[in-house]
Design a protein around this ligand. Structure first.
Ligand code: GLY
Length: 378
C-alpha cells in the first residue's frame, strides 16, 4: 500500500476509534455490567441462546484498549470494573476459553501496573485451563466433551504458555506445547485448511475423525477457525521459537488469503460457499476477517524476509480498509449498536447470523490500535 493510501487508512482508523468509543460508552451506560455476545437486529440486549459463555473478556479488552490510548480515567475505571466482574471465572472449568477472558483484560491490567496480585489472577486462570489436558491424546479438551478438541483453543493456549513462563513451570509448558503439536497434526490439513473439531478415543487417545459445530461439514473449512489457527500458531511460535509453528501459521494464512476475494472478507465456510454457488447468497463472516488482520500483522512481524512479510501486511491493510467501509462499519447504520456489521456466531444454530459479534468488534479495535501504533512508530 503506498504512503498516501496508508495515511488515508490511518485517518479512517482514527475516525473508527471515535465511533467505537461512542458505541462502547452507550453500551456500558445503557446496560451496566452486561456482557453481550452478539446483536439481534443490531441490538445488544436480547434473550437468545448463548451456546457457551466464552467471550466475556472482549468487552473489557476493548475498554482497556480505549483506556490505554486515551489515558482518560473514565475509561480506566470502566476497564477495571469490567475486568473485576469476570475475576470469578479464573476457576471456571466449564469452558476452554479462559485465554479469551483473561489475556485482553487482567494480563493487560497487570502489564500496565506490575501489581503482583493482578498477575496471580492471570496465572490461576492459566492453571485452571491446563486442567483440561487429556493425557490420552495429549490435547486440551473443548467445553463440549472429553473426546473433543477445538481449533479455537489455539487462541487460548497462550494463557498456559504465559503462566508456564512466569512460573518457570516445565510441566505447564509441555502441556501447552503438546496441545499445539496435536492440533497441528490432526486439525491442520496438507493444504493449510483446518477442521473445527477433532474427535479422539478417550480410552486409547487414538484420533478418530474431524468434525465441526460452526462450519459446514467435518471435512470443510470454517473461516473463523482458520483465523484462530493462523493467529494462534503464530503466537505459539512467539512463545516456543519452534519454526514448525510459524510454518503452520503461514500455511493457514496462505489458505485464508488464496480462498478469499481481494476485499478480504470470507464466507462462514469456504467449502459451503462453493457448494452454494447459484443457490442464493453466502453471508460474510467479518469477525474472521478482523481476527485474520491481527494474525497477518503478527506473522509479518515474525518473518525475516521483508518482501514476504510485506505480502501479509498488505493483505492486512487491504482487509482493514474493507472493514472500515460503510458496508461493514456500523457508523452510518442508524440504531445499530455494534461496531462491525456482517459477523456470524453460529450459522447452524441460526444465532448471531449477519450481526455484530463482540469478538469481531474487539479484534477490529485491536487491529486499529496496531495500525495507528505501527504508523506512529515508523
Ligand atoms: N466458539 C468460538 C467461536 O465461535 O469462534
Amino acid at each position: 500500500m503506498h504512503d498516501g493510501a496508508l495515511t488515508d487508512l490511518v485517518q479512517k482508523a482514527q475516525d473508527a476509534f471515535d465511533f467505537a468509543e461512542r458505541q462502547l460508552r452507550r453500551l456500558t451506560t445503557n446496560h451496566p455490567g452486561y456482557f453481550p455476545l452478539f446483536t439481534k437486529n443490531g441490538r445488544w440486549h436480547h434473550h437468545s441462546e448463548s451456546w457457551t459463555h466464552w467471550c466475556e473478556g472482549f468487552l473489557g479488552g476493548m475498554l482497556w484498549i480505549v483506556a490505554r490510548r486515551s489515558q482518560d480515567p473514565w475509561w480506566r475505571e470502566k476497564a477495571e470494573e469490567y475486568s473485576r466482574l469476570i475475576e470469578y471465572r479464573k476457576t471456571d472449568r466449564n469452558v476452554h476459553d479462559l485465554g479469551f477472558l483473561f489475556l485482553p483484560t487482567w494480563k493487560v491490567w497487570f502489564e500496565l501496573t506490575s501489581e503482583s496480585s493482578l498477575k496471580e489472577t492471570v496465572l490461576e486462570a492459566g492453571k485452571t485451563l491446563a486442567l483440561r489436558f487429556q493425557r490420552n491424546g495429549r490435547y486440551l479438551r473443548s467445553f463440549v466433551a472429553p473426546e473433543s478438541l477445538f481449533i479455537d483453543i489455539m487462541m487460548n493456549v497462550e494463557l498456559i504458555f504465559y503462566t508456564a513462563a512466569q512460573l518457570g513451570d516445565r510441566l505447564l509448558y509441555e502441556i501447552a506445547l503438546d496441545h499445539c503439536l496435536t492440533t497441528r497434526r490432526f486439525l491442520v490439513r496438507g493444504d493449510g485448511s483446518t477442521a473445527h473439531e477433532g474427535i479422539f478415543s478417550t480410552e486409547t487417545g487414538e484420533f478418530l475423525h474431524q468434525s465441526t459445530h460452526q462450519g459446514w461439514r467435518g471435512d470443510s473449512c470454517w473461516a473463523r477457525g482458520q483465523a484462530w489457527a493462523l493467529f494462534g500458531f503464530s503466537t505459539t511460535y512467539a512463545y516456543t521459537n519452534d519454526s514448525r509453528f510459524l510454518d503452520t501459521a503461514r500455511a493457514c494464512a496462505d489458505y485464508f488469503i488464496e480462498n478469499t476475494p481481494d476485499h478480504g472478507i470470507p464466507p462462514n465456510d469456504w467449502d459451503e460457499a462453493k457448494h452454494m454457488v447459484n443457490k442464493g447468497g453466502t453471508a460474510y463472516e467479518s469477525s474472521a476477517a478482523a481476527i485474520a488482520v491481527c494474525g497477518f500483522l503478527q506473522i509479518a512481524d515474525q518473518i525475516e524476509n521483508q518482501g514476504v512479510a510485506c505480502r501479509y501486511r498488505e493483505r492486512a491493510w487491504r482487509t482493514l480498509s474493507t472493514l472500515l467501509s460503510s458496508e461493514f462499519l456500523a457508523e452510518r447504520t442508524p440504531g445499530w449498536e455494534g461496531i462491525l456489521k456482517h459477523g456470524i456466531y453460529h450459522k447452524r444454530k441460526d444465532i448471531g447470523v449477519d450481526e455484530s459479534v463482540m469478538w469481531g468488534d474487539y479484534f477490529l479495535l485491536y487491529a486499529l490500535d496496531r495500525l495507528t501504533r505501527f504508523r506512529f512508530s515508523n
